[in-house]
Write a protein that binds this ligand. Structure first.
Ligand code: PRX
Length: 651
């Protein structure tokens, strides 16, 4: 990594904003000055200007119960009202909220009026099923408008949603349902992916049947989308359309306190068990709306925005649902994969809807680069005026390709650093202000205070690096880990006391711009998705043939990192299959246990693992092996010969 970053820091290309862009930009340089002068006053102003408050707040931040922040806590608001009703009441009801594009090419358009009407009905469905404020709703859906409607209907009644990405397994779904004690699951029969219907409802059934069947769930609400056959549990399962037909059309949104929970989203940590990251309403929505508007330069009456993330991830929460809809944006919601039915599908969508703001991940850009510029070249992408990137560092080569081929050589690229825990963007350029630097996320957004510190917590200066910390509480920060205050304290706060430890390494360049260097813990980043080495190791050792397993993230040209596993088989099972068969079987096993995103790209069957005298597996050395690098310091190993044997096996 360090060689890499030295090369990167020599990146000399600079892209200042054009005078035309700056002249029309939503976010002007004064935002920095205002936030520096009075940080809390700045957020106070944003919260009042961007949101409707059922009851105005008088307090901005209460940090007396640190590290659990309270923002705007004596105020009341309704998140769904902010995303829907007020746009209708203020005369924007006919504006398109969602262009829903199905993978097979079917289209469903919702104006703000129509979306509001849908959400009201679904809110009434939830209430009729006995789901009330504070109850949890698990959502396991394809990327169709109903997923957005479900999240907003949950918010509207003050329920707490937990969206589980549709690619996760029955086991993963079940553990999240159990941890959140969800009362209701909302799903679909199936959704479209890569030209086929992939079933979802059967996975929900399997999840609920596991562990002897008893669970916190009383109902399963099912959207008809895939038209695939599904099993039905009478009394528990309900079709979405039938349920909607049986309830009132009107629902009046009430205000909830600003610290009322909005959602729990599970993400990987350094241990095997995913963490339920808890977000609340007032501060979260303020930062989601502020960043969406200013970082993407949103002109809500003319832009067409498209964020390609799935609602199963935080990017889908903040920048498909809450930020854009709070700002009254018009956006595309696309169900499928980028290559179905043809590799130009995304560019076709941009041409069709005249998308002007595109927000996606470097891994997608790198896979398009591989396919060649001829594919986007067949489509009219001239509507594009702002590009965004998220999830992992964007290497300068991909940055330039994105800028030239997709952005027509003129659209600014905002590289946005943030996390499930931060709730909203934390580091990014302001496209009308910042001179862009390919590969660097650059500067904290206005109102956010970030430092890079050394191991002792001493802030670093230009030209030096260390660990990224967030030094002051921010509006969209997580309010805890669901049901686990101790883990919350230990994971983020024990290391530096009052500064939030993000888990990322970072460095300032000579101008003081920030370059992200990847995780410093046992969390991998595969295609912009967070995976835990421990979680995959525990899935592997859960298989009958495995004695021991070690997992590392190895550098990968397209996906950033790839999951590579080293496995020792149980003596009693070594001869049951060839190493190739064992490897294939274990890759599938991980996919079945956790989900396809966690499937190792390689599983090496080995005889030993490199261990220290205290028995700790040296993953760092395995990473060297997996990346074909010279092997680092091996002096603490019990047996240095182990590594040459493993290396010989791998290469
Ligand atoms: O390592 C950082 C990386 O993704 C991690 C957060 O992952 P997750 O919670 O899944 O959220 C991803 C989407 C917000 C971070 O700790 N990361 C995210 N964005 C960037 C990034 N690394 C470098 N540059 C980015 N722009």
């Amino acid at each position: 990594m360090s060689n890499n970053i030295d090369n990167l820091l020599h990146e000399e290309r600079r892209f200042p904003p054009s005078a035309e862009f700056t002249a029309q930009a939503v976010g002007q340089a004064s935002l920095y000055a205002d936030s520096k002068k009075d940080r809390l006053g700045f957020w106070d102003k944003q919260a009042k200007e961007l949101l409707h408050w059922h009851k105005p707040f008088t307090r901005v931040l209460d940090w007396s119960d640190a590290p659990v922040a309270k923002w705007f806590d004596d105020g009341e608001l309704n998140v769904a009202y902010n995303c829907l009703d007020r746009h209708v009441l203020e005369g924007r009801g006919d504006r398109v909220a969602i262009y829903g594009e199905g993978e097979p090419g079917d289209q469903r358009v919702y104006t703000y009026s129509e979306l509001t009407a849908e959400v009201k009905r679904v809110a009434n469905v939830f209430l009729s099923l006995g789901v009330n404020a504070g109850d949890r709703i698990a959502i396991y859906m394809p990327m169709i408008p109903e997923a957005v409607i479900t999240m907003l209907a949950s918010a509207r009644i003050g329920a707490v949603h937990t969206v589980v990405f549709g690619g996760f397994s029955a086991d993963s779904l079940r553990s999240r349902i159990d941890d959140a004690e969800a009362k209701l699951v909302v799903t679909a029969d199936g959704g479209w992916r890569k030209g086929k219907v992939f079933p979802l409802k059967p996975t929900v059934d399997a999840a609920l049947e596991a562990n002897g069947g008893g669970s916190s769930v009383t109902n399963v609400l099912v959207v008809k989308r895939g038209e695939n056959e599904v099993a039905w549990t009478e009394g528990r399962d309900l079709w979405w359309d039938d349920a909607k037909a049986g309830v009132d059309a009107e629902h009046v949104a009430q205000g909830f306190p600003a610290e009322h929970p909005l959602f729990i989203l599970y993400t990987s940590g350094t241990t095997g068990k995913p963490k339920g990251i808890l977000h609340t309403t007032g501060g979260y929505l303020t930062q989601a709306a502020f960043t969406h508007k200013n970082i993407f330069d949103l002109h809500a009456d003319s832009d067409v925005y498209w964020c390609t993330a799935d609602v199963g991830w935080i990017t889908g929460h903040s920048y498909v649902v809450y930020g854009p809809l709070a700002n009254g944006a018009t956006q595309v919601v696309y169900e499928g994969t980028p290559d179905a039915p043809h590799p130009g599908r995304w560019w076709e969508i941009i041409e069709k809807y005249k998308v002007s703001i595109l927000y996606t991940a470097p891994t997608a850009i790198r896979s398009f680069m591989k396919l060649g510029r001829e594919i986007p070249g067949k489509f009219d992408l001239s509507s594009i005026r702002v590009l965004g990137s998220v999830g992992e560092p964007i290497n300068p080569e991909a940055w330039i390709w994105y800028h030239d081929i997709i952005g027509g050589g003129k659209a600014p690229i905002v590289d946005t650093w943030w996390q499930t825990e931060t709730g909203g963007i934390m580091i990014a350029a302001l496209p009308g202000v910042t001179t862009l630097k390919p590969g660097s996320a650059q500067v904290p957004i206005p109102g956010v205070v970030i430092d890079i510190v050394d191991e002792q917590g001493v802030p670093q200066d230009k030209n030096s690096g260390g660990l990224l910390v967030i030094s002051e509480p921010w509006p969209a920060m997580l309010r805890g880990i669901w049901g686990d205050p101790v883990r919350f304290q230990e994971t983020y706060w024990d290391k530096f006391g009052d500064k939030y430890f993000a888990g990322d390494g970072a460095r300032y360049d000579r101008d003081g711009d920030i370059w992200l260097l990847g995780r410093v813990d046992d969390v991998m980043n595969v295609s912009g998705h967070r995976l835990s080495t421990a979680e995959i190791e525990s899935a592997l050792v859960g298989n009958n043939i495995v004695a021991e397993a070690a997992v590392v993230g190895a550098a990968d040209e397209t996906t950033g990192q790839a999951v590579v596993a080293f496995v020792i088989l149980k003596k009693s099972h070594v001869d049951d299959q060839t190493p190739e068969e064992a490897s294939a079987l274990l890759r599938k096993h991980v996919s079945d246990q956790i989900g396809a995103i966690a499937r190792p790209s390689k599983v090496y069957i080995v005889e030993e693992l490199p261990k220290t005298r205290s028995g700790k597996i040296m993953r760092r050395l395995l990473q060297d092996v997996a990346e074909g690098r010279e092997i680092g310091d091996t002096t603490t190993l019990t047996d240095t010969g182990v590594l040459s044997i493993i290396s010989a096996q791998v290469h």
